[in-house]
Design a protein around this ligand. Structure first.
Ligand code: F6P
Length: 467
């Protein structure tokens, strides 16, 4: 159920707006985006009023506020140099690799930092005129960590919440960043700071005590007479949406058609990810290659389908990952495909929700093997879509979701032999064991949904002690 917001007005702030510009012939219109966060917060804004502040994507455009689908939208536009310095640079070339345990080398460029400060200020400037006395402002993610302090300096009356969707690294790694204190102080001006898991909340608490004058134990910090609640709020999915899609007649037809195309007698192993180096697509391919090399399974028995959603293509590390993945797909097929039976299918595109659910329903085994991930909602979506109660989820220990989905086959993605063995276990798992594990996964996913998640966070922001 959509949450309620009691009396305070609400402003949501995220790097991306919940709407996208879509071209129709010679004109273009705004369309509400698909996706978890929008699904959870849209009903709330529509019911109680409130605004969403964010970047509309692309360069320039109008920053005039407008109303769409029951929401007040305030665009924060970016220049070409801000896209390069703030978004591709500091957000995705410094913070993203640093916060994902340095899977790639973070670059500490002073010009990117200056751009980050400038754009965070631009967001704070855009928010201030929208907030009435005592309003709640809920800021999302690593792009906007300085905004809480920038707002607080001007408006002591606000209730400011911040939720980090990605991991927060161990203090020893975080401490490498030249602007570590500014970032922590930016965040510590919030009233509530939410993380995906207890472990990353602990990382933040330790970093704050070590690198600032913040004190406190448990989940409460104090800095300069200000109290901050720091707590895990693991994000969830809209279960009803996935179950409705899975129960639709058309889903059954799509699933049967996919099975027929890939070969009804072959086992289908699936991966669905943004094409990002944190997701472990490359190591997953090496594990599949290892399974085929061992010879117990051939391309006649199984195929692996990787759906890779294009992402951040102007950032170097993403472009080189794409080359690596595409080379690996070519190499594996060159070695192991049979006439008419491709070993690895690679789809570099975004799928509709309907097609995505049909793939989940068709897959005997789902591989979710990030090297590091804040939560990973694909794992939860797979369980929600398996209304037939079967299917095997292979899940990385390093995804936040592994804390909740304990009956997945848990794998260490850095261990190729272990992963290959887990794929073999999954491919041969008896239906009774599949059902037992899937029942537990589905129970975990059903225990709370995206609306409960948003309601809990906003409850904490209002000051409810039991939220
Ligand atoms: O997981 C972090 C995140 O920023 C999500 O909020 C977002 O959907 C995804 O990465 C894609 O990021 P971008 O906005 O860079 O396309």
């Amino acid at each position: 159920m959509p949450p309620t917001n009691n009396d305070r007005s609400l402003v949501i702030v995220a790097n991306r707006l919940p709407v996208q510009r879509v071209r129709r012939g010679t004109t273009s219109t705004w369309q509400t985006s698909l996706g978890g966060l929008v699904a959870a917060l849209h009903p709330l804004l529509r019911k109680h009023g409130g605004s969403w502040v964010g970047w509309p994507g692309g360069e320039g455009g109008s920053s005039r506020a407008f109303r769409h689908d029951g929401m007040d939208i305030k665009p924060v536009t970016l220049s070409a140099s801000q896209i390069e310095g703030f978004y591709e640079g500091f957000s995705n070339g410094t913070l993203w690799p640093l916060y994902h345990d340095v899977l790639r080398t973070p670059r500490f460029r002073r010009s990117w930092w200056r751009s980050y400060v400038e754009v965070n200020q631009k967001f704070a400037d855009a928010i201030e005129p929208l907030v009435g006395p005592g309003s709640m402002v809920w800021i999302h993610d690593y792009h906007l960590q300085l905004v809480p302090k920038m707002l607080r300096q001007r408006r002591a009356d606000l209730r400011i919440g911040f939720f980090l969707h990605i991991p927060f690294p161990a203090p020893e790694l975080f401490a490498r960043m030249p602007w570590r204190t500014e970032v922590l102080k930016g965040l510590l001006a919030s009233d509530v700071i939410g993380f995906q898991t207890r472990a990353v909340a602990q990382n933040f608490l330790r970093a704050s005590r070590r690198l600032t004058r913040a004190t406190g134990s448990g989940c409460t910090l104090r800095l300069d007479d200000h109290t901050i609640r720091v707590q895990p709020f693991p994000i969830a999915i809209d279960i009803e949406e996935f179950e409705t899609l899975a129960n639709a007649e058309s889903a059954g037809e799509r699933t049967r058609s996919l099975r027929a195309k890939f070969g009804p007698k072959r086992k289908l192993v699936l991966g669905v990810d943004r094409l990002d180096y944190t997701k472990g697509i490359d190591v997953r391919l090496r594990a599949i290659e290892e399974v085929l090399r061992r010879g117990e399974f051939s391309a006649r028995d199984m195929c692996f389908v990787q759906i890779a959603v294009p992402s951040r293509e102007n950032v170097d590390d993403y472009a080189s990952l794409r080359r690596e993945v595409e080379q690996a797909v070519g190499r594996i097929n060159g070695e192991y495909a049979e006439p008419g039976q491709v070993a690895v299918h690679y789809l570099h595109r975004r799928l509709s929700r309907e097609d995505l659910v049909a793939y989940y329903m068709a897959a005997d085994v789902m591989m979710v093997t990030p090297l590091r991930d804040g939560m990973n909602l694909i794992a939860k979506e797979y369980a929600a879509s398996r209304i037939d109660g079967t299917g095997v989820l292979l899940l990385s220990e390093f995804a936040g979701a592994a804390n909740e989905l304990r009956q997945a086959v848990l794998v260490n993605p850095f261990d190729i032999d272990g992963m290959a063995k887990a794929v073999q276990t999954a491919l041969t798992m008896p239906p009774a064991e599949q059902r037992r594990r899937m029942r537990s996964l589905r129970n975990a996913v059903h225990s709370y949904d995206l609306y409960d998640w948003a309601a809990r966070f906003l409850g904490a922001l209002r000051g409810d002690q039991d939220a």
